[in-house]
Write a protein that binds this ligand. Structure first.
Ligand SMILES: [Zn+2]
Length: 475
């Protein structure tokens, strides 16, 4: 009987909450009520800290959450076991929300304001545990609003693994999973609240493998051909090339295998290259020249060379129609205040970053809207942005001043600071999705801008070619 009353109570409560979703304020209230639930989910993914393409438990947790909320789930899409699509509704418009959940190797850290490993192989130094969870919260809340208001269309969550160097979304775009999407929304953990236009560098990365002939380095060097010579000759030519390329191209490499012992002529050596620029066509051209340098190096050193594409992403295509909408919603949601305990934590973190105090106004306020940004890094969201009109934002999940990929980012991401910042993103994306479902003209305007920016003759070229997903790149 008690159980029955509970069930009836839950049903009647959910009917009330469904009815009470006419205004944006009511929707925000519902997200506030669920902040603990979503905080717990993010904490579980934080503790799992699974690396790219190994995020089996993290993906399963998000799938379960979405399934319980009435979404249908397609697992293992694009040939990737940890990629999935969750969907509710039917027909147009189709609004997609991206969610990431991979951690970074070597950055295990406890949620404390001093460098202290949690003893795991990886840590959430890019806050993707918050990323995946807030996006799930936004998808579910949008769905509930659709049900409550009898809204037609499809809300879709894209579970996108291995953002960190695995180019997960590129395979998903290549497989055509975004073909029927009208608008894609995403966000990223940050140390400020901002929904200004973003930018990212296109990139191509590959491992060049040289093969030579091993021999005793003193007794019979004339019989050997050094694979390491091949790597060094290639690096020298690429370094000379730097003078004759656009000055904003970035090329970086590491020698991942240079032989085992100086007294053995190495018959194998490997060098891992990245080329980046704000325009994918420049990256394609530069990468072709790097390949030529590798071939020339092999010819000159009597070795052979082959290469494996590892990653490749497009730059970000901005969409100011959507960006302004998201900025307005972020402004409506606003930032958050730190508790005394959080302030203490923040000041301790600030000291490790060479500052006396953390500027907490950056968590409280939203940065002014800007229509232009400079790119410093790459993201596989770039490929999504060339497939459909795409818009993103950042919220202050980290103590202001914290760089991404740092132990300080992991630490704050595991506390209430990260969870509060995450809810700012969940709310902003929900409001933006609602606006798009309510006003199809906005979608049309965004699509028009998208077509203009992409250009009439644009053809999508996956920069990593036709390779299969690099599922073992973290092994
Ligand atoms: Zn990231």
């Amino acid at each position: 009987m008690k159980k029955l009353i509970m069930v009836l109570l839950t049903i009647s409560m959910s009917v009330v909450s469904l009815r009470a979703q006419k205004s944006k304020k009511e929707v925000l209230k519902i997200l506030d009520q669920k902040s603990e639930t979503y905080g717990d989910i993010s904490q579980q993914i934080f503790d799992l800290a699974e690396m790219g393409y190994q995020e089996h438990k993290s993906a399963a947790l998000l799938q379960e959450t979405l399934k319980d909320a009435g979404f249908s789930i397609k697992k293992g899409v694009a040939g990737i076991p940890t990629a999935f699509v969750a969907e509710y509704g039917s027909g147009n418009p189709v609004i997609g929300i991206l969610g990431e959940y991979d951690a970074l190797p070597g950055l295990s850290q406890q949620a404390v304001p001093e460098k202290k490993s949690a003893g795991a192989a990886a840590g959430h130094a890019c806050g993707h545990h918050l990323f995946g969870t807030a996006s799930t919260a936004a998808a579910i809340t949008t769905k509930e609003w659709m049900v409550a208001n009898n809204i037609k269309g499809t809300i879709r969550f894209y579970g996108t693994p291995a953002e960190e160097g695995g180019s997960g979304k590129v395979y998903m775009v290549r497989a055509g999973l975004f073909n029927d999407v009208d608008v894609a929304l995403h966000w990223h953990p940050s140390s400020v609240n901002s929904a200004s236009a973003g930018a990212a560098l296109a990139n191509k990365s590959a491992k060049f493998r040289f093969h030579g002939i091993s021999a005793h380095a003193a007794a019979a060097p004339e019989k050997g051909r050094s694979a390491l010579d091949g790597v060094e000759a290639m690096n020298m030519m690429v370094n000379m090339m730097r003078e004759h390329i656009p000055s904003d191209v970035r090329i970086h490499y590491v020698i991942t295998n240079g032989g085992k012992a100086p007294n053995v002529v190495p018959d194998f050596a490997e060098v891992y290259y990245y080329a980046r620029h704000g325009n994918r066509d420049v990256v394609i051209d530069i990468f072709d020249r790097i390949v030529k340098a590798a071939e020339g190096a092999a010819l000159g050193t009597g070795t052979t060379v082959d290469y494996e594409m590892i990653g490749g992403t497009h730059e970000l295509l901005p969409n100011l129609t959507l960006q302004k909408l998201m900025h307005d919603n972020l402004t409506e949601v606003g930032g958050f205040d730190y508790t005394e305990e959080e302030k203490e934590f923040a000041d301790k973190i600030a000291k490790t970053l060479g500052k006396e105090k953390a500027d907490l106004s950056l968590a409280k306020n939203v940065l002014p809207y800007k229509t232009e940004a400079k790119a410093f890094a790459s993201t596989d969201v770039g490929d999504v942005s060339f497939a459909v009109p795409t818009v993103g934002m950042g919220s202050a999940t980290w103590v202001p001043g914290t760089p991404a990929h740092s132990w300080q980012a992991v630490a704050a991401g595991g506390t209430s600071i990260g969870k509060k910042g995450m809810m700012v993103a969940a709310k902003t994306m929900t409001l933006t999705a609602i606006d798009l479902f309510k006003d199809h003209k906005l979608i049309e305007k965004a699509k028009q801008e998208f077509e203009e920016r992409r250009g009439p003759n644009f053809k999508y070229i996956p920069l990593l070619g036709d390779r299969e997903p690099a599922l073992d790149y973290r092994k």
